[in-house]
Design a protein around this ligand. Structure first.
Ligand code: SAJ
Length: 435
């Protein structure tokens, strides 16, 4: 796709200085990958805890081991700061800040806008600015470009603005970041050329597309695809409960079809900072043009209803108990990570408490959480606890879950992840989606 474009800045040169703003699950791995490839890298974050942790060589991202981080801090050229002034004279600045929802479920671009404003004094001729945050089509051109042009520089002439959607899958160690194909785009051809030249030095496969809108839409399509399909399989799980058919067995059978079917699995609700969020960015954007995204609306409704469904199912199991007490196993939004954002554990615990249930939780990755203003701490799994609780709800299938112990010591288990499949024990097991 890449056309022969004017040669602008030589982004194939050696020691370019790369700034990465936002050192979360997207920015930190990216900053370290650039360092690993021999660039001089400065990581910027407003969170002093992150800065102090990184300065001590301690990783707060489970996918990044301390030794890897330390090796790059000592041998490589990776520094961290919370001061945008340190970005002075940097050649490339990559923005990886959050794009959450506001309270009314509309895009909250405040992190992006604040970052853009803070960057203005440090913009210079022949600099490349790259946005990686997931957002609705049009953000780069309509929001970021005018912001950066307040510097007096013109995009495509003396400042270059590009968009490349992040594709990090937290907890998935099957894919190295540099092996995940990378879509790239530019506000102008010269912007595209510059990000293409730079990213070809970092990623094994770089896919240029014709506009930043196409690249922004690519990311939203990927995540909306997951959102709609996961919501769909959650509805199938609920109807399988009414039919007394085991949806997990159905999925196992369906996925033997070698084409035309992609397996998704039921759960307690779709969490995370992207899948339940990005489709609502698209919904908001197209609503401005009077378009109603029915699939996304319905999927959002279903996703919001699943935690209530789980609570209702469990209530029926403990309805004869005087003062029921429940253990929630796993409060993160998915397995083997420590991220709580949009986790269905929040509404589930809140609903259970509102019904007068005594709720405990255990999560090996999360020592304490704050639910509706109340602090809870992860309780140890011991015989005393097993005797005290009436039911365990498994919300997350962390690899280290002591499932055999639970099967022996728990009275009732409500399993939302099919982790008890094929196991037997004293506990009475009820499986989401299996009647
Ligand atoms: N979930 C299900 N059933 C499924 C798959 C997922 O209930 O079959 C739930 C998970 O438990 C989780 C939520 O959906 O609560 C999101 O799961 P996810 O696997 O999509 O995980 P994320 O949001 O951390 O990462 C995704 C990336 N994951 C995959 O592609 C497998 C990818 O879509 C994006 O790179 C990333 O979001 C992002 O940052 O956009």
């Amino acid at each position: 796709m890449i056309r022969q474009l004017p040669k602008n800045i030589n982004f194939q040169s050696g020691k370019l200085k790369i700034g990465v703003i936002g050192l979360g699950y997207v920015g930190l791995p990216l900053a370290l990958l650039f360092t690993q490839k021999g660039f001089q890298v400065l990581g910027i974050d407003i969170d002093q805890n992150k800065i102090e942790s990184l300065a001590k060589g301690i990783s707060y991202i489970l996918d990044i081991q301390d030794e890897y981080l330390n090796q790059l801090i000592t041998n490589g050229d990776f520094r961290v700061s919370s001061n945008y002034h340190d970005l002075k004279d940097f050649d490339v600045i990559i923005i990886c800040v959050p794009t959450p929802l506001s309270a009314d479920n509309t895009p909250d671009l405040s992190y992006l806008q604040t970052t853009g404003k803070k960057l203005i004094p440090w913009l210079k001729k022949d600099q490349l600015i790259i946005l990686e945050s997931s957002t609705y089509p049009g953000t780069t051109r309509e929001v970021i470009q005018p912001l950066l042009e307040k510097s007096g520089l013109t995009i495509g002439k003396d400042l270059y603005l590009a968009y490349s959607p992040e594709r990090v899958d937290p907890g998935n160690r099957a894919f190295l970041l540099e092996e995940i194909p990378k879509v790239v785009s530019g506000v102008t051809d010269s912007c595209l050329k510059n990000i293409y030249d730079l990213y070809c030095q970092i990623f094994k496969k770089v896919i240029p597309v014709s506009s930043t809108e196409v690249a922004e839409m690519t990311k939203i399509l990927e995540n909306s695809f997951r959102f709609i399909n996961i919501s769909f399989i959650n509805e199938i799980a609920i109807l399988c409960d009414t039919l007394k058919i085991n949806v997990w067995e159905v999925i196992d059978a369906a996925k033997t079809k070698p084409f035309g079917y992609t397996p998704f699995f039921p759960g307690p609700g779709i969490g995370g900072h992207c899948i339940p969020i990005d489709p609502l960015y698209l919904q908001w954007k197209v609503k401005q043009n009077g378009f109603d995204t029915q699939f996304i609306n319905l999927s959002h409704q279903i996703n919001q209803s699943i935690p209530h469904y789980v609570v209702n199912q469990v209530q029926r199991l403990i309805q004869d108990k005087e003062n029921p007490s429940i253990l929630i196993y796993g409060v993160t939004y998915k397995k083997d990570i420590n991220d709580l954002r949009e986790s269905p554990a929040y509404p589930i615990i809140e609903n259970l408490k509102a019904l007068g249930t005594i709720v405990y939780y255990h999560d090996p990755y999360v020592n304490e959480i704050n639910i509706a203003g109340q602090k809870m701490v992860s309780v140890p799994l011991n015989d005393q606890l097993y005797q005290k609780i009436d039911c365990i709800i498994i919300l997350v299938d962390h690899t280290q879950i002591p499932i055999h112990e639970m099967m022996e010591k728990a009275k009732i288990i409500y399993d939302t992840r099919n982790i008890t499949q094929g196991l037997s024990g004293k506990a009475k097991v009820f499986l989401l989606g299996a009647g």
